[in-house]
Every structure is written in structure tokens, then in C-alpha cells.
Design a binder for this molecule. Sequence first.
Ligand SMILES: [Zn+2]
Length: 292
Amino acid sequence: MKRLVLLLLLIVGISLNVAAEPLRVMVSIQPQVYFVKQLGGDLVNVTCLLPAGAFHGMYEPTAAQMKDLSQAALYIRSMLEHELAWWDKIQALNLRMIVVDATQGVELIEGHEHHHGEADADAHHDGKEEHGKDLHIWLSPRNAKIQTENIYQGLIAADPANRDAYTANRDAFLQKIDALDQEIQSKLATLKTRTFMVFHPAWGYFARDYELEQIPIEVEGKEPSAAEMAQFIKLAQDEQVKVIFVQPQTSSRTAEIIAKQVRAKVELLDPMAEDWLENLRKTADALANALN
Ligand SMILES: [Zn+2]
């Protein structure tokens, strides 16, 4: 009899395990896919609002994403404009999902120089919400730790049964982030210059954390005018800019022109890459190479 009970328990246990579906999590941008996978592993099934390679200034959800959204148990917000623009619709699709604001607890810095012109509001994009804060929070290991904690809180709220696994994964990931922070710091400790130019100003927090200066070329989410270009070339000369970063989602034309005038390198960096850790390492290497 005892044996039968044990056998039954075993069968029930196995079938429960097989039946346990991964937790459905929806995130806003690709680097958040990485964060959630670090914490959730096989316990989660992550989908992303903004497709790989897309720019967060322009976005429209697909039918497949609407379906993913309607089935998500947890949503991680980025507060970027592609999400803000659709937020009411996203919420209406799924009133039961737990929503986590990944920026919560992050000390937001001002977005770069903001000209309130008569620019077309629809075309406007500069990675800032209406208060002019810089929302590219994920490109900093220190912010990533806060974001990790926010995601962890969401995961244990949505799936309390697996709390221990999430906790162990969180602790391991926080250690990896600390190691990365140390690594970047030592790579950038002794640069000859600390200023870089970038088309789209995504690296504000990275610059803050490692005492670098980011000079954006983009003006109000657009390419600069001819007059502004002349100013940028002068500025690049004065600041002895050695490297200008561009990203796959935006034009590199103006960066190429300025770089040619001041003999700087143009380097491709992708702020939206999913492999967050490797991407930040690559960024530090590119800076160390160019600024030494
Ligand atoms: Zn951006």
C-alpha cells in the first residue's frame, strides 16, 4: 500500500512537472530579454515588444505580439516612447498581467540638450519622455543592478512557487554585473581623452558611470542642419574627438562626414543588442582602443 502511494505521488509529481508551463513574460526592448533570461532561465518564456534591429522611435505592434501580450503573466516596462505610445492599448489587452516599471529606483539624468523647437511631434525621437529624462537606463551596469532587482520582484510576484530559483539566479547575475563593472572600470581607467561623439545619445549613463563625456550629433531626433554640422566639426576638433559611435538603427552619414574632417574613427555599437553583457564589454573595448 505504502509503495502504491509513493508510486502515485511520483506519477503525479512527474505529470505536474511536465504540465508546468514556463512563465510568459513580455518585455519592451531586447536587452530586457537578456535580463529576464538571466533570472528565469527555463522557467520563463520571454517575448519582446520591439523586434530585434528595430529603432525605438518607430514602432507598431504586430498581431502575433498582441496575442503574446494577451497571454503574458508579467510585463517589464522600459518607459521608452514605442511603449508609451501603445501603453493604453497594451493594458487593455491584458488587465491581469503584473506590470513592473524597470526604471523604478533609477536616478534618471537629464536627456542631452533639448531644443524645444516647432519640430514635428510625430517625427520626434530622442530617447526622452516629456520631462526630458534620459531613458537609456540599461546601458550602465549600476542601473542594470536596479533593473535586475525590479525584474526579480516581478518574477517572484508572478511565480512565487519558483522564488528560490529566481533568488539564486538573481544573486549570480548581480555578481556577474559587479565583475563587468570592475572590468570596464579598469579598461577605461587610464584613457588619454574621455570624450566621444555619438549619433543617437544612448550612452549617457555609461558616460556618467565611467567619467566620460558623450556629445550627441542628433538634434531633436533628426540629422543636424548644414550650419549645425559646421558647429559639430568645430566642436569635435576642439574636444579632440577620436571616435564617433553610430548604431545600426540610425543613419551614419553625418557621423562619417564629421569623422572625415577631424580624422576620427566611426564605430558601430548597438545599444539595443540582446547580449547585454557582451555588448557593454565591446563598448568598453571600442572606447579603450580609440581613446588611448
Ligand atoms: Zn535611443
